[in-house]
Design a protein around this ligand. Structure first.
Ligand code: UDP
Ligand code: MG
Length: 318
């Protein structure tokens, strides 16, 4: 299949405290939007409850540029929810998703559109290199993607973030998934369709600071694993079997001591070790189960994923 007709493209940009870079980002995106033949592009900025001047800057941009839409959320909901809000607001034949900090070069979107025209339904950016990121971030990211593939979905590609282009059908399919754990790079694999990657060089942040310090990164990684895998529960069961087998051996040993030795009070070390070990294993297992129970609790409340405070520019839509 090839898509040759003129088409509409929405570019969704989640922004949280990006006042330092947003003007520059808008310029680069505008250049890309203007440079594509037969593509009518709309920029959808999602203000994820920024506490700096991001919203004011976005509003000024929208006032002078009819290509711009703004969805302002009522508070900071987080990157994946901001993306969800952007996808929900989109109407284009294709939707590109890109970070506001220019780490993902906007020019790659033109390549993505070309691949989409050739028939790909999802074109994701593969980070060939990550410039300007610490060895620690690169190392932990590497570990995370490998763990995710082993425990979760083997088809979630490694070194792929949220920088991608989605066909309308894919966006619509993703919007039917009601879950709160919005690990979008997993959900997009789940819905299927034809996926292709384009390699690009991940750049250093153009300005401003990362909104993902280590704690938030870790929590995001755990979300990814727990929402796409029940392997941790399975591991707990295996571990349970293993420990039970060990306990059986311990019981046999205790009987042996009781029946065939006299006088001494042996075994206090074994007792201690057993108690501590079992206590540790049980707490760990409870913790893993708790992760899933907590997620069930979140789903059961079925609150909306985000709250919109203001929408700007959408009245311009034909
Ligand atoms: N972001 C967001 N809400 C948040 C945190 C981040 O919308 O709560 C946006 C942020 O403005 C940026 C993108 O998500 O456009 C990626 O964030 P960042 O660049 O800080 O993450 P990193 O690239 O360091 O992993
Ligand atoms: Mg970034």
């Amino acid at each position: 299949m090839t898509r040759t007709d003129p088409c509409t493209l929405d570019i969704v940009v989640p922004c949280f405290n990006e006042e330092a870079v947003i003007e520059q980002t808008h310029q680069r995106l505008t250049a890309v939007a203007q440079g594509m033949a037969a593509v009518q592009a709309t920029l959808i900025y999602v203000d994820d409850g920024s506490r700096d001047g991001t919203f004011l800057k976005l509003r000024a941009i929208a006032a002078r540029d009819s290509r711009v839409r703004i969805v302002a959320l009522s508070r900071n909901f987080g990157h994946q929810y901001a993306l969800t809000a952007g996808l929900d607001a989109s109407t284009g034949d294709a939707v590109a998703v890109i970070d506001a900090d220019l780490q993902d070069p906007p020019e790659v979107i033109a390549h993505m559109v070309a691949r989409w025209r050739e028939g790909a339904d999802v074109v994701y950016g593969v980070r060939a290199t990550r410039r300007g990121e610490s060895a620690f971030k690169r190392g932990t990211a590497h570990l995370f993607y490998r763990l995710l593939q082993t425990l979760g979905n083997r088809e979630i590609p490694a070194d792929v973030g949220d920088f991608r282009l989605l066909d309308r059908r894919v966006v619509d399919a993703m919007r039917t998934l009601p879950e709160r754990d919005r690990f979008l790079r997993g959900l997009v694999v789940w819905v299927g369709f034809r996926h292709e990657g384009v390699a690009y060089e991940r750049q250093p942040r153009a300005a401003g600071q990362t909104k993902f310090p280590f704690g938030r990164m870790l929590s995001f990684a755990l979300d990814g694993i727990f929402s796409f895998s029940t392997v941790p529960l399975r591991l707990v069961s295996y571990f349970g079997f293993f420990v039970s087998a060990l306990s059986m051996a311990g019981i046999v040993y205790a009987f042996y001591i009781k029946l065939f030795t006299v006088g001494v009070v042996p075994g206090w070390a074994a007792q201690w070790i057993g108690t501590l070990f079992l206590g540790g294993v049980q707490l760990l297992s409870l913790g893993v189960i708790g992760e899933y129970v907590g997620r069930i609790y979140g789903e059961v409340k079925s609150r909306p994923l985000y709250v919109v405070k203001e929408r700007i520019g959408f009245e311009r839509q034909a």
